[in-house]
Design a binder for this molecule. Structure first.
Ligand SMILES: [Zn+2]
Length: 247
């Protein structure tokens, strides 16, 4: 359970988005083994960390069959990612970096049209969290997953949206990939080799959220500054993340 939580603002100087020392040259768009060239870093630069603390909205006693299907689908998707990432499940939503909610994403105005979607991943911002006396900078992400789909559809959507939340901000141009821009006729339920290779590349990039990754070390709050600011600041930095992806 985090002690003090303090919203953080992105530094004014841009966070470097590629490591000059360790990153391989961006792959060409044709026949590549991954789709790193289609990912885009946001105001916080590349996002990865370990472990990820994930909270999933509980369905409670006496849940309907639809809610149970939603829950099973989300668990199946999380289990897939867990083969590749350290994921800790937390019971307190406030302790999570990623919150998964059973909710249809609100309609969004896109190019003048109201667009409905089954899932949405959103980077809400970042915050300083003091765990065991040490400050760490953590991203805050929200994943909305509609229960109004067939179970396999929910599972595929969950797999895809969780991929965004775990830092894959972009889309593959190949329909068999989990992060495909346009889902094919068959739901993608396996994290394929190109997805894995892209994730491995991401994990080698500098990130402010992964100490030791070569990212810039942002200054944590000092003294009791944290406590004071935590009282003054509320949610007005929410939205400072700015990345939204959906399908
Ligand atoms: Zn997407």
């Amino acid at each position: 359970m985090p002690e003090v939580v303090l919203p953080a603002v992105p530094p004014e100087a841009p966070i470097p988005r590629t490591s000059t020392t360790r990153a391989p040259a961006p792959a060409g768009p044709e026949d590549s083994e991954d789709y790193r060239h289609r990912l885009q870093a946001g105001v916080w630069g590349w996002i990865h960390r370990s472990p990820w603390c994930v909270w999933v909205e509980p369905i409670g006693e006496g849940a309907s069959i639809w809610d149970r299907r939603w829950s099973e689908a989300v668990e199946a998707a999380l289990a897939r990612w867990q083969e590749l990432l350290a994921i800790e499940r937390v019971n307190d939503p406030a302790a999570a970096q990623i919150q998964v909610l059973r909710r249809r994403p609100p309609l969004r105005l896109l190019e003048g049209e109201q667009r409905a979607s089954h899932g949405r991943a959103e980077l809400l911002g970042a915050r300083w969290v003091r765990r065991n006396g040490a400050w760490q900078l953590e991203p805050r992400l929200q994943v909305l997953l509609s229960p109004n789909q067939r179970q396999l559809g929910i599972e595929a959507t969950a797999l895809h949206e969780l991929g965004h939340a775990f830092g894959l901000w972009g889309h593959s141009d190949q329909p068999a990939d989990v992060m495909a821009a346009v889902p094919g006729a068959k739901p993608v339920l396996e994290i394929g080799p190109r997805d894995r290779a892209t994730l491995r590349w991401l994990q080698q990039q500098p990130s402010v959220f992964a100490p030791g990754s070569g990212g810039p070390a942002l200054q944590p709050p000092t003294g009791n500054q944290g406590e004071q600011e935590a009282q003054q600041l509320h949610d007005h930095h929410a939205g400072a993340g700015g990345k939204v992806e959906e399908r």
